[in-house]
Design a binder for this molecule. Sequence first.
Ligand code: WQD
Length: 350
Amino acid sequence: MTILVTGGAGYIGSHTCVELLNKGYDIIVADNFSNSHPESLKRAAELTGRLFRVVQLDLQDKCQVEELFSENEIESVIHFAAFKAVGESMKNPLKYYQNNLAGTMVLLEAMDRFNVKKLVFSSSATVYGKEADIPIAEKEEIGAANPYGRTKQMIEEMLNDLFQSDPKWSIAVLRYFNPIGAHKSGRIGEDPSGIPNNLLPYIAQVAIGRRDQLIIHGDDYETKDGTGIRDYIHVVDLAKGHLKALEKISYTPIYETYNLGTGKGYSVLEVVEAFQRACGRPIPYTIGTRRAGDSAVCYADATKAKNELNWAAAIEIDEMCEDIWRWQQQNPEGYASVEETAGVKEATGA
Ligand code: WQD
């Protein structure tokens, strides 16, 4: 039996594929490579010594998705495929609703048709409203403040309705806080296209010399040093949380939501200091104005995942920064520095 990983060529997807393969799972990756690079999968095969199928498809293509299910014995699905840039979603909401919602609905309809009813869904802490108590627990009020977050919120509601309508479904919804870091080898990592929206890839590009300086979005928040506080979690810890969720849904039908965070918050300035320790060079920055939509403090109450998934993040902030730096040094231009890899098929045995 096989695990279908949608969006498996992406940052979190590729790290989860490595953990799945190392654990002995057979996987199939479906990805349209709109925001990811086939090279990440070639490297996942190299890192694990495992071959796996890769199918380039868009989840909105109903025929291709149904063919995928009819041709393969799929046991469960881990669904990563989505657009995920908050700022872009505010400029182009329809692109996000169309891609994230329609793609998910085609996937769920195919799963239902082929009686594949075990799902781990990639959600986000961005679904929580601004009024949520800190640390944020799963029971907190939901109220996404941007179209990207609203697509995640709507899909969560879809999944709950599905479970209520047919208790044969078994669904784990994972709300990520701030995923950062890279595989220890430096061979796979976060490779944003264009100017990074998120803090760590931006800092890494300053450190490697691709960007002149970091602009810190405001230092007048009610925090220890005035800069925003977030719950940064290593992408490998996050990936391991998916394997725990996969086990959990295989025992008995559930619909449960879990925060995947460390339960600790670090300010922007603390992260800059940690990255300077990791790379051994100064990170130049200036203080800019607050970024619209940002909150002052956001970090997880991660006790539910600890108690029910027997999972907890283990990697600390300095090691997260060291792993990012190793990836950035080995891949100054991300995967783009690699010739277009026609070789995905032979490397992954597709
Ligand atoms: C972190 C902190 C910024 C960039 C986002 C999405 C969320 C999730 C994770 C998908 C904040 C500050 C950042 C910069 C800065 N993604 N910052 N200068 O906004 O907490 O969460 O990514 O699920 O949906 O909202 O992450 O990395 O953008 O910002 O000062 O150039 O760094 O103000 O305090 P965020 P981030």
